[in-house]
Design a binder for this molecule. Sequence first.
Ligand SMILES: [Zn+2]
Length: 313
Amino acid sequence: MTLTTDLEKLPFVQPVSPIIYLVGGPGEGRFPHCNSFLLRGDRTILIDAGIGVQRIEAIDRALRIDTLVVSHPHPDHILAWHALSDRELLLPAQTPDSVFDLNQLGRRFVEGPEDAAYWTHMVKKWLDLHPMRPPDRRFADGETIDFGPIQLQAIHAPGHLIDHYCFMETGSRTLFSIDIDFTGFGPWYGNPESDLCLFRQSVAMLQTLAFERICTSHKAPIEAADAGQAFCDYLAAFDRHQQLILALCRKGMDLAAMLRESPFYRNRMSDATFQRIFETQMIRKNIELLITGGWVVEKKGQYLALDCPPTVA
Ligand SMILES: [Zn+2]
């Protein structure tokens, strides 16, 4: 029995090309998990560790993983990195050293010391997240990481985070779009450093690339023929998010009232504190754009839509 056969017997492993496999994360790859990607070059490479320890160990028994490539340090992407702590580790050039300390990582991802401490407490207790160790190598935008038959081009795609990366496997032209994920939720930008304009630019940049298929971290692969519609829907979600907030501004609301309405999570997140933390950021970022665009004004903490919005030239 070949190693490949052992690998393909695993129910969560799906071949994408003769040397690329999608490894589905538990819960259909939804947070706190994500899909990983296994690539067989002159070494065996895993992109991201959100599939959990058990699935990583099952793969490793069938085919030893040599290298872990991390796309960005969100908890659902580094979740079980420690299961591969003795293997080669590659991180983005832009990833700050806060990834080596969960207290600092909390302060990076969450505003305010109390909420940051809550984040750190929860990722330890709930996710058993481990602080990362310094990487063996870092990769930068445009760099092609050489794994022999696998040539992995690193594509800096900021907005979701400052150090969010996508990858192109240049042989099969498989684009790993990571958290430009084409889910119905739309873009996620719930951290202080998340940037809606950069995020939209990164999506538009990916759309110009020549790819045969797109593999995302939280959804099934998309073939090139279906990609045009997927991009159109995903870009429209940026506008949908802005319209949701503009509709609340038409009622004249402050931030607390908007949080009670919960336009993005619809009060469905199981952890109310995390919902407040992330939804605050997403609402605020849309309000900032609406104010800049002249659609909304702020008066004594209330956000009000203008009767006569600016005319578009
Ligand atoms: Zn992410």
